[in-house]
Design a binder for this molecule. Structure first.
Ligand code: ADP
Ligand code: MG
Length: 354
């Protein structure tokens, strides 16, 4: 005979207390879990010549965030770095005129870039290297070259002369590849695969002007991505994009690297047709796409093409949308982003989209 049998109400009270304790524990665990879900692991550093920030939610977030930075450094060293070291692209450049063995990753990336060059009618052209080095905008030798120097370098820019095979690539003698306009977006695609294999739940990875939104925002809201005010300080916002899961966002602007002479701004995005810094009436273009490399390539290409000529090019890609800012401070948004963009900065107006 037990005490509880003699006093059945005690049994009920004990059960109630146990139930209450369990409920509190479960609730506590849920709150603990929610707090954990909301706090991402964060790692920052430099890679690919730019600032990288990785925010990762999910198990082993810290380890995954560190792996993101390591992967970017390896990608630059082994594949993308154009002018230094023995990356695939550097070796192709050093051996212009001969066939060079490369990784299947590099060969595949270059064939995508050649396809993108064709689809943007050469506004994006990965063979722009000789022009980039000639102008050296933002570098120690930046200057306005002579017309004949520009003509000479421009003659080497032609994506049609790049031969890409499954494990080798050859450019023409005198040509030079530059992946500056596509590398950060390509890196976002590479990181997406890393996050998948590491079972990350959600992540926001920013590589210079390119951002990867991986999975959904754990807060339950859309992701909110600020676009920089192209004529403000680096922390000033032109406006905000509210976006769903699994997208890449790249911005190209004339404020990143430039010099001024006689009141004219010479920026680091070059028009392969003229051989000179692009002057299309735009000061910034942001492109949203499910592909990082496409968002990066298109932000550069649209900057070269200008607003009107960009629209049919954007339509020829799957689901690429853009925000354009003109030098008269008008903002144009393509229809797929119209409900997702909010203008915040004073001094800009929304243009009527064509
Ligand atoms: P950022 O590198 O500032 O993010 P972009 O993605 O627009 O900006 O890339 C600009 C870089 O791409 C330049 O610094 C240069 O190395 C290269 N580049 C410039 N013009 C072109 C072009 N028309 N096509 C391909 N690459 C270009
Ligand atoms: Mg780009």
């Amino acid at each position: 005979m037990t005490h509880t049998r003699n006093h059945p109400r005690w049994g009920a009270i004990v059960s109630a207390v146990i139930a209450a304790v369990c409920t509190a524990l479960v609730a506590g665990l849920l709150i603990y879990d929610a707090v954990c879900v909301r706090a991402p692991a964060v790692q920052s550093g430099t890679a690919m010549g730019t600032v990288v920030t990785a925010k990762v939610w999910g198990p082993s977030g810290d380890q995954t965030a560190r792996a993101v930075l390591d992967r970017l450094a390896a990608l630059d060293k082994n594949c993308l770095s154009a002018y230094e070291g023995d990356s695939d692209i550097a070796r192709i450049n050093q051996n212009a005129g001969s066939s060079v063995k490369v990784s299947s990753y590099t060969a595949e990336l270059l064939s995508h870039l050649i396809q993108a060059a064709s689809q943007t009618d050469g506004a994006f052209d990965p063979t722009v290297g000789a022009l980039v080095q000639l102008w050296d905008i933002g570098g120690p030798d930046e200057r306005i070259p002579s017309a004949s120097e520009i003509d000479g370098a421009r003659g080497s820019v032609d994506w049609r002369q790049v031969q890409v095979h499954s494990d080798s690539v050859q450019i023409r003698k005198g040509q030079s590849l530059d992946t500056g306009a596509a590398g950060k977006g390509a890196a976002c695609d590479e990181i997406r695969e890393l996050l998948q294999t590491q079972n990350a739940e959600s992540a926001v990875i920013s590589v210079g002007g390119s951002i990867l939104l991986y999975g959904k925002n754990p807060e339950g809201d859309p992701w909110s991505v600020g676009i920089r005010d192209p004529r403000g300080e680096s922390s000033d916002r032109l406006g905000t994009l509210e976006l769903g899961a699994d997208l890449c966002i790249s911005t190209s602007g004339d404020y990143e690297r430039y010099f001024e002479r006689d009141g004219i701004r010479y920026c680091h995005i070059l028009d392969p047709r003229t051989g000179c810094p692009a002057r299309s009436g735009l000061i910034s273009v942001t492109v949203v796409s499910s592909s990082g490399v496409i968002s990066d390539v298109l932000s550069t290409a649209c900057f070269v093409l200008g607003y009107e000529r960009s629209l049919p090019v954007l339509e020829s890609f799957d689901n690429a949308q853009a925000v354009f800012v003109t030098d008269s401070r008008e903002v144009y948004v393509t229809p797929g982003l119209a409900d997702h963009f909010t203008l915040a900065a004073a001094g800009y107006t929304m243009g009527a989209s064509s």
